[in-house]
Design a protein around this ligand. Structure first.
Ligand code: HEM
Length: 140
């Protein structure tokens, strides 16, 4: 069970980062070139949202079955364990909240510029936060 979830979370992370990167770049291009916000732009942002939410669910399960998750919570002196048991989950949940707020906000906005700007800021911030707390040494 643990190994399956751990491999799934590890592999799905590629999809999350690629989808988020595409969504952020697409939003910045849309904003700077003053393009109209179309169904294609909405779909790109939606796929990134779904990929991120799926990773949240897998991550939550992993947190309870991994020896590096809840089981290591409290071992704050160990940098690697502090990352996987506290910093990575906490910062990623904050990032996913920001991405979700960005998605909800865009629905209420009416201009293409404001939609692209919202995705650039909220998805961009979310991506930076996620990248700041990846356990790179475990991943590669
Ligand atoms: C978009 C969000 C996330 C991304 C991109 C992500 C990515 C990753 C990556 C690349 C690893 C290293 C995997 C490996 O060992 O090969 C990892 C480990 C881990 N993640 Fe996440 N994660 C995310 C969210 C979360 C959340 C929300 C939680 C918990 C609530 C979580 C819990 C964990 C745990 C406990 C580990 C250590 C697992 C182990 O090796 O036993 N992750 N994550």
């Amino acid at each position: 069970m643990y190994h399956f979830i751990q491999k799934f979370h590890s592999g799905w992370a590629y999809l999350v980062l690629i989808m988020l990167l595409i969504a952020v770049i697409n939003a910045i291009i849309g904003l700077t070139s003053k393009k109209e916000f179309t169904a294609k732009d909405r779909k790109i942002a939606l796929f990134a949202l779904i990929a991120t939410h799926t990773q949240l669910l897998i991550g939550l399960i992993l947190y309870f079955v991994s020896p590096l998750g809840l089981a290591s919570f409290g071992q704050m002196a160990d940098k690697a364990l502090r990352l996987t048991s506290l910093e990575h989950p906490l910062i990623n949940i904050i990032a996913i909240v920001l991405i979700t707020i960005g998605w909800s906000k865009h629905k209420k906005l009416t201009t293409s510029e404001s939609k692209f700007k919202t995705f650039s800021v909220f998805y961009g911030l979310g991506l930076v936060l996620i990248l700041s707390r990846i356990p790179w040494s475990l991943w590669f």
